[in-house]
Write a protein that binds this ligand. Structure first.
Ligand SMILES: C[S@@+](CC[C@H](N)C(=O)[O-])C[C@H]1O[C@@H](n2cnc3c(N)ncnc32)[C@H](O)[C@@H]1O
Length: 209
């Protein structure tokens, strides 16, 4: 829904640091390191743009379409761009962009907003609209409770706390963490690169077909 994150936009980064430290940006740095240096990338729900400086440092020539449903988040993100960065912001919640061809899709802490059926439907609809000859490569970073080796109860508590916060402060609907990475397996994707931190709690994975 449009602008449901506007109220929390100024506090989003600081709150995530309080609960997770710097680990959410660390796993995104890892994901960025897997990105090719050139091409057209679509960023879904990029939030306040914390990842943009890392993206520019790694791949200054990437052409970025940045889709975000919160106008306040876009305002914050636009301040984090480098003057040489090729980036177009789109304020919508249906992922529509003018770019004719999308090569890569980057989604960090975005798919956890949806249930698994919706995740699969987003994957299919973006595949249908990408105009890509070689298929899309997906760059996904998110929480994963399925294979944690330590501190299981603390991780479950952190997720419960985060979901409750988003249910109360935005129009967040899902009450559980979806099996995000499974949704890609189930839609026929294979893993190109993968890494985890925090004993498997945070996962970055690149998918291709
Ligand atoms: C949990 S935040 C993650 C932000 C950022 N990716 C990060 O890792 O810090 C999710 C973001 O997705 C945006 N969002 C939610 N639904 C969306 C949609 N349908 N289309 C585009 N953006 C959306 C929200 O406004 C919010 O900024």
């Amino acid at each position: 829904m449009l602008n449901s994150y506007n109220r929390i936009a100024p506090f989003y980064s600081i709150l995530s640091r309080i609960v997770y430290g710097k680990s959410l940006i660390h796993i995104q740095e890892k994901l960025v390191s897997y990105l090719p240096k050139e091409g057209n990338i679509l960023i879904l729900g990029g939030g306040d743009g914390a990842v943009l400086p890392y993206l520019f440092k790694h791949a200054p020539l990437l052409s970025i379409s940045y889709v975000e449903s919160s106008s306040q988040m876009i305002e914050l993100a636009s301040k984090k761009t480098n003057s040489g960065q090729q980036i177009t912001f789109y304020h919508n919640d249906d992922f529509s962009v003018d770019e004719q061809q999308i090569d890569f899709i980057f989604a960090a802490f975005f798919f956890d907003l949806f249930d698994e059926e919706k995740i699969r439907s987003i994957i299919h609809s973006l595949e249908d609209n990408c105009n890509c000859t070689n298929g899309i490569r997906w760059f996904i970073a998110d929480f994963d409770l399925s294979d944690i080796s330590k501190n299981v109860w603390i991780r479950k508590f952190q997720i419960k706390l985060s979901i409750t916060f988003f249910v109360l402060s935005t129009q967040h609907k899902t009450r559980n963490l979806p099996l995000i990475f499974n949704a890609f397996d189930k839609t026929g994707y294979k893993t190109l690169n993968k890494s985890t931190i925090k004993n498997g709690f945070l996962r970055a994975e690149v998918f291709y077909k």
